[in-house]
Design a binder for this molecule. Structure first.
Ligand code: UDP
Length: 232
């Protein structure tokens, strides 16, 4: 950072340019396409439908399954296709981040499948994936208490900054991905990679929540744009 300006020209508390489009897939029940910085992410939702997997079937509630997948061409060095430790972890924490918003008890014996495809990655894909998946769930008409939203903050060159790019993630001292339910402020994801003092942690968490609130507005605008267009 030089004179308060980051490598890509942003201020410390500035998000990368972001756009969200709702209902981009014909065959999914709900879908969303999201770009933030150099990330390109597609989320598709199927369900709720009757669970055909016996071991997943819960008599009193619905269940969600989530798959986060990086395309081989999404990163600088070709990624080996298929699941790995990182994508399994992100699939799990994404499901955990989204579940509190869903009223799955209304759908006993059912399941909801969420697919997140990272077409291009440039830092912050887990948060962006959660943001896109939540919009896709809303597009699928699944009743939700709130639209979960994700955004990270972190520390780069000793400064607390919002929404780390891939370069900042690599060179930086810490990364703090956060997801919240914006209406109540309930935190549904909080991870921390790197070292932060207590004071820095508090500052980064506040900044990430502030970023989430901004991204939440973009989610709402995208949903409004889709549904006002459908009605017109
Ligand atoms: N990345 C990569 N190859 C991989 C995994 C990640 O190039 O196999 C890049 C990608 O741009 C990603 C960034 O490193 O967004 C940071 O990855 P991290 O594991 O911190 O997760 P993210 O920030 O995407 O949630």
């Amino acid at each position: 950072m030089t004179d308060g300006v980051r490598g890509d020209g942003r201020k410390a508390d500035e998000l990368r340019p972001i756009k969200i489009e709702v209902g981009v897939l014909e065959r999914a029940d709900g879908s969303a396409y999201l770009e933030v910085g150099g990330n390109k992410i597609l989320a598709g939702v199927y369900g709720p439908r009757e669970s055909y997997i016996r071991r997943l079937l819960e008599p009193n509630t619905g269940v969600i399954r989530c798959r986060y997948n990086m395309a081989p061409f999404s990163v600088g060095d070709r990624k080996r296709p298929g699941p790995d430790r990182r994508s399994s972890e992100i699939s799990k924490i994404t499901a955990d981040a989204l579940r509190p918003a869903l009223m799955l008890e209304n759908y006993p014996r059912s399941m909801v499948d969420i697919s997140i495809e990272i077409i291009e990655a440039e830092g912050g894909t887990r948060c962006a994936g959660i943001t896109a998946a939540s919009v896709a769930l809303a597009d699928a008409g699944i009743p939700m208490k709130d639209i979960v939203v994700g955004c990270a903050a972190g520390k780069v060159d000793g400064e607390i900054v919002l929404d780390l790019s891939e370069d900042e993630d690599k060179e930086g001292e810490a990364d703090l991905p956060v997801a919240i339910m914006p209406r109540t402020g309930e935190i549904t994801l909080l991870q921390s990679d790197g070292n932060l003092t207590e004071e820095e942690f508090a500052k980064a968490l506040d900044l990430a929540i502030e970023g989430c609130m901004q991204v939440s507005e973009v989610q709402k605008e995208a949903l409004k744009a889709k549904y006002t267009a459908d009605m017109g």
